[in-house]
Design a protein around this ligand. Structure first.
Ligand code: T4K
Length: 401
């Protein structure tokens, strides 16, 4: 508890409610409450590392902090290789290319658009797949239905940190000779049956964006137990250079900087306390929203080490008495900047809607869930009083119509 208070203090957290007219239901926050507010866990330790970087005059290109970060992440996940990158999107592009994805790849539409953009930037046609309504993850039954002679792979996304149906996907991939890559941007630290995410498929891709559970300002990584693949990824990340003046592979600049690694290392040191803090926030929302009709929080399975980074509700318009979109408007008026993650499904975004060559698709579960999900502000930037007020704002929004 003391450590968590410390984390909040280190985050510079202090918040005041502005009572607009004396009614509890009519409150607004002086500073807006954001989804994805990053924690600032140990300023002194970070600044110490920054000074080391400045003294060393080594700022990027596979420097000592990046190497240490890669080693510590690999150790934490129990995986043989971690290749750090400048962000998760470039990590996805590198991963897709390195495992040889081409032609058509099956991917969920209910994800952040980067999962799919990274395919189309590699000239790959995304074939959008529907999701399991219970988990919000790609539905293996639907995957099987979409496989054609042009399919080269499957991309699963562990949405909200909840693992995909990994067994079923592994089996389908192996049966049809397909590559399997996971977008694990949300799933740092989470497990699947006792093994940390990061160990599955050909490789898994992490994001260390500022809004993520483990962040490095911007950053990403590919993790894999395949040493040869990791070596190829390292070459591709650094323009294809193998030693001075010797390019042996088509590469790009996908490198992580030392300053990002310094932030990543500092946050990694506090990761266990951050889970505890996130979990407390999640449970507070659960208690407060328990009796709110039509508002169902997504659940987590403790045996899979969830990181509780996302507090996501499904708003059932009929039961709640108001649409999700109207509720979002009302919450924003109160300074609660809840988000419609992820709306609309990527298959309804351009260029995929009309011009990508993506086959016409009907994704009823994706469309329904994308119309109902609501991500709420959580993490070190909100306290228990904020949570009570957010939940009161949710109840009163409906009462006010
Ligand atoms: N795959 C998945 C499944 C992903 O969710 C993502 C990224 C990726 C791949 C790609 O990884 P990266 O290339 O990003 O490493 C945000 C993030 O930019 C994005 O990283 C993240 N997913 C996505 C879910 O959220 P936006 O467009 O919603 O960002 P924005 O600017 O609206 O900020 C989100 C919230 O965070 C706001 O409430 C403000 C708050 N915020 C943001 C930043 C940057 C802060 O409080 N402080 C900050 O420094 O995409």
């Amino acid at each position: 508890m003391a450590k968590q208070q410390d984390l909040m203090a280190k985050s510079g957290k202090h918040r005041k409610l502005r009572e607009k007219s004396g009614q509890a239901a009519d409150m607004a926050f002086e500073e807006p409450l954001h989804v994805g507010r990053p924690a600032v866990v140990n300023r002194e330790r970070f600044l110490h590392r920054v000074n080391e970087i400045l003294d060393s005059q080594w700022f990027t290109n596979d420097g000592p902090m990046v190497r240490e970060f890669e080693e510590k992440v690999a150790e934490y996940l129990g995986v043989r290789n971690c290749v750090a990158t400048c962000n998760g999107t470039v990590a996805l592009e590198l991963a897709y290319r390195a495992v040889g994805l081409a032609a058509e790849v099956i991917v969920p539409s209910f994800t952040f658009v980067a999962t799919v953009h990274a395919l189309s930037w590699q000239g790959i046609t995304p074939v959008f797949c529907d999701i399991d309504p219970a988990t919000h993850n790609i539905d293996p039954v639907e995957v099987e239905r979409l496989i054609t002679e042009k399919t080269t792979g499957i991309v699963g996304v562990h949405l909200w940190g909840r693992p995909c149906a990994i067994d079923a996907l592994l089996e389908i991939a192996s049966h049809h000779g397909l590559q399997l890559v996971f977008d694990a941007a949300h799933a740092f630290g989470c497990s699947w049956n006792g093994t940390r995410i990061g160990n599955f498929g050909r490789c898994e891709v992490l994001s260390f964006h500022a809004t993520k559970f483990l962040h490095s300002f911007e950053g990403g990584a590919i993790t894999t137990n395949d040493d040869e693949l990791a070596q190829r990824l390292r070459l591709m990340r650094n323009f294809g250079f193998s030693g001075y003046d010797n390019v042996i592979y088509p590469g790009i600049n996908g490198k992580m900087t030392e300053i990002c690694a310094a932030m990543g290392l500092t946050n990694l040191e506090c990761i266990d306390e951050l889970v505890v803090l996130n979990r407390e926030r999640y449970e507070a929302f659960q208690r407060e929203l328990e009796r709110t009709r039509g508002m169902r929080l997504q659940t987590y399975d403790d045996s899979q080490n969830p990181n509780y980074q996302y507090v996501v509700a499904e708003v059932n318009c009929e039961e709640y008495g108001m649409s999700r979109d109207r509720l979002v408007e009302k919450l924003h008026e109160e300074g609660v900047l809840a988000r419609r993650y992820f709306f609309p499904g990527v298959h309804r975004m351009e260029p995929f809607l009309t011009s990508s060559g993506a086959p016409m698709c009907s994704l009823p579960v994706t469309d329904r869930i994308a119309g109902e999900v609501l991500a709420l502000p959580t993490g070190a930037a909100v306290c228990s009083t904020d949570i009570k007020s957010i939940c009161r704002a949710i109840s009163s929004a409906r009462d006010q119509g």
